[in-house]
Design a protein around this ligand. Structure first.
Ligand SMILES: [Mn+2]
Length: 471
């Protein structure tokens, strides 16, 4: 306990906290220039070049239109006689988890129109301000890891202002249209988000002005620019509420991002008085994010997976915002934490996560049938090549690169006809070098006192480190 780095290393206490020195910044820029990583970095240039170092390849791996699962990639889900019989029954688990009784007469075709806000309600001043923030966030230096010095009041204002937009969207957003890009876990890696947007930059317009986007959550933790990602997505949401949809990941809860890196990032960035305010304000806004979305009435999108607990449209729609904690409601908890497993029948305890469930494709087929959907899109799991298709009905996506074993990132693109393709963000060893430069120290916060933050050591053996605020 109490292994204070400032005592045991030759560095001064200031150096320990200041893990991102000017030299390192220069080194990272050098690396980026050399290998063309992350974005084109030409000092003072206005940008507009293609993101070099990014291999963009669309593999038409699967085609799927409304009502038909990805037929080319894998066989259609086959329902056994027992399965069909089970489907004809009331789901045995559709109990009153959300205080609802099963309604045998419910008709999904008659969903009320979504009350979500579709037009920006910003004043001209707010509009100009948020466009300015976006320019700062996607500045070449920021993309390389130099943090934007957001005024705490601006963060609070953006979070306060985005809440009505998020709150207007039901817990299950049922009317997300085709012609959209689906983006999964970003984990504070702004340079990957930049690549996603850059790839859609055309005719002098930003990516988000050309393409619609659905994000599957896990914006924060691990990377060093969680706040940039949240601010960027919120600003775009308020400018174009009908072009960008934000779901909540399991990292968008205080219980996880207190120890996952986000709290540490804000402690690093703000004063003793300011960081708790910024931290709680951002987490307050997370409580208004939706859990699930349905694209083109056929693709079900959640952060992690399905639940064995009343996973129906009606039960999801019945959940009221704000939701403070995921563990209080098993439906939400599973949507944020579960994982699919090939070969599993039914579901079982998720030992890998030490919570929630693993579900088999039979359970998934059942849930998709109940939802009137063909395919599940989920993030949550690191994919070596950015994405994976299981059984023709479950697509795992992960967008952050170099998180583990040089993994590539990917986004899924669904065109106006519902055809599916993927864009890969390649990861190279050089890219990992940069990623490691940019990544925040991992480890949970144990204690905060004045200018000292005590965190768990990376070693995982229970040792702690004291980090001192940079003077
Ligand atoms: Mn996750």
């Amino acid at each position: 306990m109490g292994n204070t780095l400032s005592d045991s290393s030759s560095a001064t206490s200031g150096d320990i906290w200041d893990i991102w020195t000017k030299d390192e910044e220069e080194e990272a820029r050098q690396l980026a220039r050399e290998y063309g990583i992350a974005c084109t970095v030409t000092d003072g240039a206005a940008g507009g070049n293609d993101p070099t170092g990014v291999s963009v390849s669309a593999t038409g791996a699967a085609t799927a239109t409304a009502g038909a699962p990805a037929a080319d990639a894998a066989p259609q889900p086959q329902f056994s006689a027992a399965m069909l019989e089970a489907m004809a029954m009331d789901p045995p688990y559709a109990d009153d988890l959300c205080g609802l009784e099963p309604d045998p007469n419910e008709e999904w075709e008659e969903c009320p129109p979504s009350p979500r806000i579709k037009e920006s309600r910003l004043t001209p001043e707010e509009r100009a301000k948020y466009l300015g923030l976006l320019d700062q966030i996607f500045h070449p230096d920021t993309i390389l890891g130099v943090r934007v010095d957001f005024d705490p009041n601006d963060v609070a204002e953006v979070c306060d202002n985005v809440i009505p937009y998020l709150e207007s969207e039901p817990m299950l957003i049922e009317d997300v249209p085709f012609d959209i890009t689906i983006v999964a876990d970003l984990h504070g890696q702004l340079y990957d988000l930049n690549i996603v947007f850059k790839a859609e930059e055309r005719d002098g317009k930003k990516g988000w002005e050309n393409m619609k986007f659905l994000f599957l959550g896990d914006y924060v933790d691990r990377g060093r620019q969680s706040l940039e990602i949240v601010m960027a997505l919120y600003c775009i949401k308020m400018l174009y509420p009908d072009r960008i949809f934000l779901l909540r990941g399991n990292h968008e809860y205080v219980s996880l991002n207190m120890k996952g890196g986000f709290a540490l990032e804000l402690f690093d960035r703000y004063s003793e008085e300011d960081w708790p305010q910024v931290y709680s304000k951002v987490n307050e806004s997370f409580c208004y994010l939706s859990i699930a979305a349905i694209v083109g009435n056929s693709y079900l999108c959640v952060h992690a997976g399905i639940s064995m607990h009343a996973f129906t449209r009606r039960h999801l729609l019945a959940i009221q915002k704000p939701v403070l904690e995921d563990k209080k409601d098993l439906l939400i908890h599973d949507a944020e934490w579960s994982d699919p497993v090939i070969g599993l029948k039914g579901s079982t305890y998720n030992g890998m996560r030490k919570c929630s469930v693993l579900f088999g494709l039979d359970e998934l087929a059942f849930a998709l049938y109940n939802m009137g959907c063909t395919t599940l899109f989920r993030g949550h799991s690191i994919m070596n090549h950015g994405f994976e298709i299981i059984g023709g009905m479950c697509i795992s996506l992960f967008t952050a690169t170099g998180t583990k074993n040089f993994n590539d990132g990917a986004v899924a693109i669904i065109d106006a006809d519902g055809k599916l393709s993927f864009r890969i963000i390649k990861c190279s060893p050089e890219r990992v070098a940069l990623v490691n430069k940019l990544r925040r120290r991992d480890g949970g916060v144990v204690d905060v006192e004045d200018d000292c933050l005590t965190v768990e050591d990376d070693s995982g053996d229970g040792e702690t480190l004291n980090l001192w605020r940079k003077k």
